[in-house]
Design a protein around this ligand. Structure first.
Ligand code: HSE
Length: 429
């Protein structure tokens, strides 16, 4: 028997527009394959030009959220507005009215899923958010269903398409960050205000959601150490490449016996690592489960149709499952005292220094490393650039595993030597 389901879409920007298009164009297909007739009953957006552009019929254009909620045929509300202002208010209203909500909003889920899920349970409706993390890549359902037999030990992901596009261009074209960012903005890959992407906030929200699910514990975003890509130069990417490494903005979560470690930062990974060949705006998440071993999910993490794919999958799931399955996702905005977080985490490091080209300089630097108990894997003096002061040379060092605090100590000691400057410090995984 065919089940009839009515949906409303709030916010018809890139993702909402793609969702509208997918639902309209695939209506017959879902009817045939899923025996569900999903009709868009209402849409809400401030811009009538945008609705004209998408060809939305005038009779389904709502004037207010109240009109959407009061509509008798709306069973599922899709929130694709973004942010936590009006989006939170509208989602809360819909859930309070007993309507199932499907959202693509990572910030909302990262910060308020606990509160929203409580309202959903109380009103016996569902809350779905596959599209909140890694766009069209089905990572949430994989974590909740596909790999639930495992204890997940670690996850490493390229979960932001904008920064991956920028870093890929910098790697393969030797271009500078500022130039690539401008080009990405022109092409619509980066927002006019790119802060959320390039400073790592977007990846941080996604890591908070994904690691909470993977490790079955609360991992508030406030516990995630975050660093963006704005300080990365084409020079470091090129030196790393010569040494066999590729630079990526990684979201890393580790669940160890000593505690939980969660961080977002630019990272050099070996060219042989599967994540090294995830390029352009593609995303991937690489996980290690105790039974399954290594698993990697790869695909488009952003964009209208890839993200709509995740939104509509949630709509179909909600429409075809009578019983609501709530996630085991435990996140809140605050840390749980019983969870131990490691901030002085272990990693290998890449350091680039500009030093005086004089006898004894290298010995002094290696002396500091020895004193701090840091072991060097590789050290290379590079050719002097035209733009460098006479008598200065670049020095690139790769260390063995050490701790964050040890590196900080060594950096201070090297500064005190007054033999040059430390230009960059980058993690190596
Ligand atoms: N702005 C994100 C990205 C997509 O560049 O990957 C939405 O999370």
């Amino acid at each position: 028997m065919v089940k009839k389901v009515g949906v409303a879409i709030l916010g018809l920007g890139v993702v909402g527009g793609g969702t509208y298009q997918t639902l309209v164009e695939h209506r017959e297909f879902y009817l045939k394959t899923q025996q569900v007739d999903i009709s868009v009953e209402m849409v809400l957006d401030r811009s009538s030009e945008r609705l004209d552009q998408l060809g939305v019929p005038s009779e389904i254009r709502a004037k207010s959220i109240q009109e959407v909620i009061a509509h008798p045929n709306v069973d599922i509300v899709i929130e694709t507005i973004g942010g936590i202002g009006v989006a939170k208010e509208f989602v809360t209203m819909a859930l309070r009215d007993g309507k199932t909500v499907v959202t693509s909003n990572k910030e909302l889920i990262c910060k308020y899923s606990h509160e929203l899920e409580k309202i959903a349970k109380h009103n016996r409706c569902g809350l779905f958010y596959e599209a909140s993390c890694v766009g069209g890549v089905p990572i949430i359902r994989t974590l909740l269903d596909g790999v639930q037999a495992n204890c997940i030990r670690s996850m490493m992901g390229i979960v932001n398409g904008t920064t991956n596009y920028i870093l890929t261009k910098m790697t393969y074209e030797g271009a500078d960050y500022a130039d690539v960012l401008k080009e990405a903005q022109k092409l619509g890959y980066a927002e006019a205000d790119p802060t959320a992407d390039v400073e790592g906030f977007d990846s941080m929200y996604k890591l908070s959601i994904l690691s909470s699910m993977a490790f079955h514990t609360k991992i508030p975003y406030t516990k995630i150490s975050r660093e963006g890509i704005t300080g990365i130069g084409a020079k470091d990417i090129a030196y790393g490449k010569e040494l066999g490494y590729t630079l990526k903005l990684l979201a890393i979560g580790k669940n160890t016996e000593k505690g939980i470690e969660v961080r977002v930062h630019p990272t050099f990974i070996s060219n042989a690592h599967p994540l090294a060949s995830v390029n352009d705006s593609f995303n991937a998440v690489y996980m290690q489960g105790d039974a399954v071993g290594d698993v990697m999910l790869y695909g488009r993490g952003a964009g209208a149709l890839p993200t709509a794919s995740a939104v509509v999958s949630d709509v179909i799931y909600a429409a075809t499952h009578a019983e609501i399955k709530y996630s085991t996702f435990k996140n809140t905005a605050n840390a749980d005292g019983s969870v131990k977080f490691i901030s002085d985490f272990e990693s290998a490091y890449y350091l680039r220094l500009l030093v005086d080209d004089k006898p004894g300089v290298l010995a002094k630097i290696s002396g500091v490393f020895a004193k701090c108990g840091m072991s060097i894997v590789e050290i290379a003096q590079k050719k002097r650039d035209m733009d460098l002061e006479q008598g200065q040379v670049p020095l690139v060092i790769i260390t063995h595993q050490t701790t964050e605090n040890t590196v900080k100590k060594a950096v201070e000691k090297i500064k005190a030597l007054q033999i040059g400057t430390i230009e960059t410090v980058i993690h190596v995984e």
